[in-house]
Design a protein around this ligand. Structure first.
Ligand SMILES: Cc1cc2nc3c(=O)[nH]c(=O)nc-3n(C[C@H](O)[C@H](O)[C@H](O)COP(=O)(O)O)c2cc1C
Length: 263
């Protein structure tokens, strides 16, 4: 008898102080996803949590995230990410960027850009705008997702100039249906994704600079060392084709030259 696939948990983190258009867009995305089956969805409204503004002490970068002086719900939110197979970051467009609530949350995850950890988890973004500027925010949130280690499925932006028209709703629903299908396929794909050339280059640059400029006294260096990143082809075990394997070697050589010449 064929084994039943395990249910996948998907959590959406919403950066709006009200439950209106961004919330509705996430609900629509989840309805589409649930209709495909085998998923359990949870909405986390960041405004219901205590997320304090980063003070910039950089103790999380230098000593470890456990040394952060802020006592808020950061770790409970990170636990929710860890417990998820799929993650959505959703935000309204505020002054041509993510909302303040979302940005404060992203800053609380800042140390993860140094020590990425969410590999293998599917991610996407949902942005809602009144008029203009949302597409760039999708690009930003997708880039952020990649930096945190997620496997990024291209996000979407919809327009809701209040009150939302039927035409806008129809356009949004079509886009979200396509996005949920792409997300679902990736969520249930058992294979880890082969990195793009850009991702491969960023990884090789980070580890080469670390190996040449830092040592065991540095937390990021130890993290890379403990996870075997100084020896591996990428953050996770993956078979690179001939082209990417060669490109990886070239990146290693070029960044070695660059960082040695800076010494
Ligand atoms: C402070 C603030 C700034 C905004 N800035 C923009 C903007 O730069 N561009 C835009 O298209 N919409 C802007 N909007 C409109 C919101 O993106 C839009 O109303 C969105 O639907 C709000 O999401 P919500 O319904 O989930 O709160 C802004 C709204 C607020 C409250």
């Amino acid at each position: 008898m064929a084994e039943e696939a395990a249910v996948k948990k998907v959590t959406a983190f919403i950066g709006s102080a009200r439950k209106k258009y961004t919330y509705d867009a996430v609900r629509e995305f989840f309805d589409d996803l649930e209709a495909l089956g085998g998923v359990e969805c949870e909405i986390v409204a960041l405004c219901d949590y205590r997320v304090e503004t980063c003070r910039g002490c950089k103790l999380c970068f230098e000593k470890g995230e456990e040394f952060c002086p802020l006592k808020d719900d950061r770790d409970a939110l990170i636990e929710k990410i860890i417990a998820s197979d799929g993650v959505v970051f959703a935000s309204p467009n505020y002054s041509f960027q993510v909302s303040g609530i979302m940005k404060i949350f992203l800053d609380r995850l800042g140390f993860v850009f140094h020590r990425p950890r969410f590999h293998g988890k599917t991610y996407t973004s949902i942005v809602v705008q009144g008029v203009y500027g949302g597409r760039r925010i999708v690009k930003y949130l997708d880039f952020v997702g990649g930096g945190l280690g997620f496997d990024v499925v291209k996000g979407s932006c919809s327009t809701a100039f209040e009150p939302m028209t039927e035409k806008e709703r129809g356009k949004r629903d079509k886009a979200l249906a396509r996005q949920s299908k792409r997300f679902y396929e990736r969520l249930f794909d058992p294979d880890l994704r082969v990195p793009s050339l850009f991702e491969l280059m960023a990884f090789r640059m980070a580890r080469t600079s670390m190996s040449l400029t830092l040592d065991d006294s540095n937390l990021d260096y130890r993290y890379y060392s403990q996870h075997g990143f100084f020896e591996s082809d990428y953050y996770y075990p993956i078979r690179l084709g001939v082209l990417k394997k060669s490109a990886g070697k070239i990146f290693d050589a070029v960044f070695t030259l660059i960082y040695k010449s800076r010494a």
